[in-house]
Design a protein around this ligand. Structure first.
Ligand code: ADP
Ligand code: MG
Length: 238
């Protein structure tokens, strides 16, 4: 299960109101894309969902359980960032295994899990290499591997492909879509890229200045933007 409910979530940093009341229901297995201009609160909202930041007000509910006070590691959530932050001195195997070592999982079980993840991500021939030997796309896959290995119910991606070139981005779009299908996990994906939003999303959430401007299936937003902001950002300007 990986159902997420945000109920009237707000976030202020001192006097700055960044998230101004977001209510959103995300179904188990849904692929939801957050889009919106720089500074509108996308990363902050992901951090609140992950538990890396506290909401000022409102509830974060996962599978019916309010998780506001639950530590990030106990939320069943994994987050993948734009900068993949791999450990350069460790092999691909050890990078993926890292979260399991922290949990003190037995060695045999670690080996089994890392190998199965590597297979899904087509990294099985690369396990003994260091990140420095890999292409940008392969490195990003290692970062995703490290997120998957704990078998989270919900994945949060914060502009994970924005450091890659256009051709690699296109390949990774296809791989992530396949991964979503294979894992049947809930995914929330932040991007600037309209093509990513239109092709990957089951549903798009357009954020503007800390509010949800509109939410809907890609083609609904494209053909029926509710206001000029959504039209300008993603819609079909008439
Ligand atoms: P986005 O990811 O949509 O570009 P962010 O969520 O990173 O936007 O930031 C939203 C707003 O919150 C910005 O104005 C940013 O400067 C501010 N902000 C984010 N984190 C902090 C923080 N820790 N302290 C103060 N202001 C912050
Ligand atoms: Mg951001």
């Amino acid at each position: 299960m990986g159902q997420l409910y945000l109920n009237k979530v707000t976030k202020s940093f001192g006097d700055l109101d960044v998230i101004k009341g977001v209510t959103l229901d995300i179904q188990d297995g849904e692929f939801v894309v957050f889009v919106g201009p720089s500074g509108c609160g996308k990363s902050t909202l992901l951090r609140i969902i992950a538990g890396l930041d506290d909401a000022t007000q409102g509830d974060i509910v996962i599978d019916g359980l309010k998780v506001n006070d639950l530590a990030p590691v106990n939320r069943g959530i994994a987050m993948v960032f734009q900068s993949y932050a791999l450990y350069p001195h460790m092999s691909v195997f050890e990078n993926i295994a890292f979260p399991l070592r922290v949990e003190k999982m037995p060695e045999a079980q670690i080996k089994e899990k890392v190998e199965s993840v590597a297979q899904v991500l087509q990294l099985d021939q690369r396990l003994q290499q260091k990140p420095g030997m890999l292409s940008g796309g392969q490195r990003q896959r290692v970062a995703i591997g490290r997120a998957i290995v704990r078998e989270p119910k919900i994945f949060l991606f914060d502009e994970p492909l924005s450091n890659l070139d256009a051709a690699l981005r296109a390949d990774m779009r296809i791989e992530l879509t396949k991964l979503h299908h294979d894992l049947a996990a809930t995914m929330i994906y932040v991007t600037h890229d309209q093509v990513e939003a239109m092709t990957m999303a089951d549903r798009i959430v357009v954020l503007n200045g800390g509010y949800i401007a509109q939410t809907g299936k890609p083609l609904e937003l494209y053909h029926k933007p509710q206001n000029m902001f959504v039209a300008g950002f993603i819609g079909n300007p008439k």
